[in-house]
Design a protein around this ligand. Structure first.
Ligand code: ADP
Ligand code: ADP
Ligand code: MG
Length: 649
């Protein structure tokens, strides 16, 4: 036994946070490492110690093997957890960690190496009796050999980079005519992305499911499988929704897949947690795809149905401990589902998004709900790293219960400043075929009309409610002594006073004018983050979060961020001959100048209060105040001339 006292986590984001959490519960001190770009990141705050690796790109920071090992040495860490991504499947790293006398929390370098090449792994699996997708994974890399293999398997086929990962390095080929060109471009891509252009070829299975098995092995030769996960909902061959157990898998198939996965692991003397990925076709046949020799992004769904903490198991195994369960003791409870919250734009081909999370509100957790996140409000989503910001996970007695709990979590997750897939994920979960468990890897393409945002203008009701929400959520600037005033309402709900109001909003760089009618204002109430209104004699609620500068209003699954176009600053630029006018009705809060006073362009003249907001009217050019037509406390109506200027000539 080699007890671990201090653990360095060679990763960032949600997985670094998640590992730190478990280490703390085990009484293990934690060391975070970070790049310059991550100097304010959440994982540093959670760890006991943090070491700056410098640099911004992964190559300059999280992939710097020597710097990471030096950080472990200088902080007296005795073990390193690689998380997933980055160095997690890098055999050189595992070897360097061991060589430095530290514990690597993961499999041996040789097991990582054996599974690192998809081609070599398939040859190994063939010998271990694990079923493979029909294909070619030999050494002969000539076009002729690939053509011949494709002919004998039958089109369509899939070209895959042997060193590929993260859904990259794959190309579907429909016919012999396309093969030569696809082969060349796939090799070029693989060379650029992975520094290695070794290819393999597989039958392209139509509408398969991605079903993978979690295995765990200790250093004493014990192996178990912890059921399977379905990760069929994918975009760009990358997982978006994952669940356990896989819908519709019977105990016999579970056992067959589980035992095949254990055989795969045993073939490379695997130790620690790993995942064997299979394709499951519509006839119930399954085929080995690859083995991921690390903790998987989607491990929480397995934890929730098996009541385990896989990170705790990983640490215990690395210390030399024995698996706490044997296969017969593994029992499954209920169902769990996870969604990956990505900073990306589903409506623009899932383009990754970067920027500041000006609004980031996670819901309070109820029973069976879990959030693994790596960010907080105000944090930046950096363009240097993977755009996944959080995982929302829900457990239920049944699949339907977990689906509804997860949907509920998503509905209460409010993010602005950076585009995310929150609305898209809600539509997936609400899609009727998904609800029935009819999933396959082409699900997103099959249901595009249900899943992507229809390009429809927002209805007038939305704009009415936006206007009402803005007015109701603006802090009152006049102090009301009157106990009957709507601001003093004991219910906490703020009611609209029934008077028409004009507002102009900026949404995605377009300006929308709204005249909130008295009836809407009267029938709308706002409290904290909620707007209540009447429609068809029914009371409805919408999420409406107000920050000083913005209103975040939800419509269907989408959170829209509106800013008010300051009507006066707009109007002053178009001042009329003879003076500056009040562009809307309001009251004069302050007159800042006197007749005869010289002013410069931009100097404050008058402050008007309207729509519970103060607006400054400023001189548009240098000159002298010729006349003032208002005084503090006056109510003025739109178009009234307030100040007349004599410009310098
Ligand atoms: P999985 O099967 O768990 O999705 P993949 O092989 O698709 O694993 O990729 C590994 C995971 O590592 C990805 O899901 C991705 O989120 C993460 N990852 C890959 N590259 C990076 C990176 N540069 N930074 C952070 N995370 C990364
Ligand atoms: P990566 O290392 O990028 O995760 P995988 O080999 O695991 O690569 O494949 C990623 C995804 O691509 C799978 O989950 C599946 O959706 C799809 N895929 C892979 N191989 C095939 C195949 N032979 N037929 C159909 N789809 C496939
Ligand atoms: Mg994979």
């Amino acid at each position: 036994m080699r007890p671990i006292q201090r653990l360095l986590i060679a990763n960032r984001g949600e997985i670094a946070c998640r590992i730190i959490r478990t280490a703390k519960t085990m009484g293990i001190a934690t060391v975070a490492v970070h790049s310059q770009a991550d100097a304010q990141a959440l994982h540093l705050e959670l760890a006991h110690t943090a070491v700056n690796l410098g640099g911004n790109t992964p190559e300059e920071s999280y992939l710097q093997i020597e710097k990471i090992i030096a950080a472990a040495k200088s902080t007296n860490a005795d073990a390193i957890h690689p998380g997933y991504g980055f160095l997690a499947e890098n055999a050189d790293f595992a070897r360097a960690v061991e060589a430095a006398g530290l514990i690597f929390i993961g499999p041996s370098a040789s097991a990582i190496e054996a599974m690192g090449s998809k081609s070599a792994a398939k040859s190994l699996m063939e010998r271990a009796g694990v079923p493979l997708v029909p294909g070619y994974h030999g050494q002969d890399q000539s076009l002729e050999r690939f053509q011949q293999a494709a002919e004998s398997i039958g089109y369509p086929v899939l070209l895959k980079a042997s060193a590929g990962g993260g859904g990259r390095g794959m190309q579907v080929v429909e016919s012999q005519a396309e093969l030569a060109e696809a082969f060349d471009s796939a090799k070029r891509e693989a060379k650029a992305a992975f520094g290695n252009d070794h290819m393999l070829l597989e039958k392209y299975v139509l509408q398969p499911r991605h079903v993978e098995v979690q295995i765990v092995a200790d250093t004493h030769g014990n192996y178990i499988y912890l059921a399977e996960r379905d990760c069929s909902i994918q975009r760009r061959h990358q997982k978006v929704v994952e669940e356990a157990p896989a819908p519709g898998i019977d105990p016999a198939l579970r056992q067959a897949m589980g035992e095949a996965a254990v055989r795969a692991a045993q073939a490379v003397n695997y130790v620690n947690a790993g995942t064997v990925e299979f394709l499951l076709d519509s006839s119930g046949e399954f085929y080995f795809m690859e083995m991921n020799t690390r903790l998987q992004v989607e491990h929480p769904v397995t934890e929730l149905i098996t009541n385990t903490d896989l990170v705790a198991w990983q640490i215990a195994i690395a210390q030399g401990g024995t698996l706490p369960l044997c296969q017969d003791q593994v029992t499954l409870h209920g169902h769990a589902m996870e969604v990956r919250l990505y900073a990306e734009d589903p409506d623009n081909d899932f383009l990754p998004a970067a920027g500041q999370l000006s609004l980031y509100r996670e819901p309070a957790l109820g029973p069976g709900q879990r959030i693994d996140s790596g960010v907080r409000e105000g944090d930046a989503v950096s363009p240097f790293y993977d755009p996944m910001v959080a995982k929302l996970i829900a457990w239920g007695e049944t699949r339907e219960e977990s689906r509804l709990r997860l949907l509920h979590l998503l509905k209460q997750t409010h993010i602005s400043g950076v585009k995310t897939n929150v609305a898209f994920l809600q539509r997936i979960l609400a899609q009727p075929s998904f609800a029935k468990g009819y999933v396959h890897t082409g699900f997103i393409e099959e249901h595009t009309t249900d899943l992507f945002t229809p390009n429809q203008p927002l209805p007038p009701l939305f704009w009415q409610l936006a206007g009402a929400a803005w007015i109701l959520s603006s802090p009152p600037q006049i102090s009301f002594e009157d106990p009957h005033s709507p601001w003093a309402a004991a219910s906490g709900w703020r009611n609209g006073s029934a008077r028409e109001a004009k507002l102009r909003f900026n949404l995605n760089d377009e300006v929308h004018s709204v005249t909130v009618d008295a009836a809407t204002l009267h029938n709308t109430h706002w409290r904290e983050n909620m707007l209540r209104y009447q429609e068809d004699n029914q009371q409805r609620e919408l999420c409406a979060i107000r920050t000083p500068q913005q209103l975040h209003l939800q419509w269907k699954e989408t959170l829209y961020t509106l800013t008010l176009v300051d009507p006066i600053s707009q109007a002053t630029t178009e001042h009329i001959a003879g003076g500056l006018t009040a562009p809307m009705s309001g009251s004069i809060v302050k007159v800042a100048v006197e007749v005869g006073q010289p002013v410069d362009a931009g100097d404050l003249l008058v402050i008007v209060e309207a729509m519970k907001m103060e607006h400054s009217i400023r001189a548009t050019e240098a000159g002298v105040v010729k006349a003032i037509f208002c005084a503090q406390g006056d109510m003025v109506s739109e178009g009234t001339i307030l100040v007349e200027m004599e410009p310098n000539s």
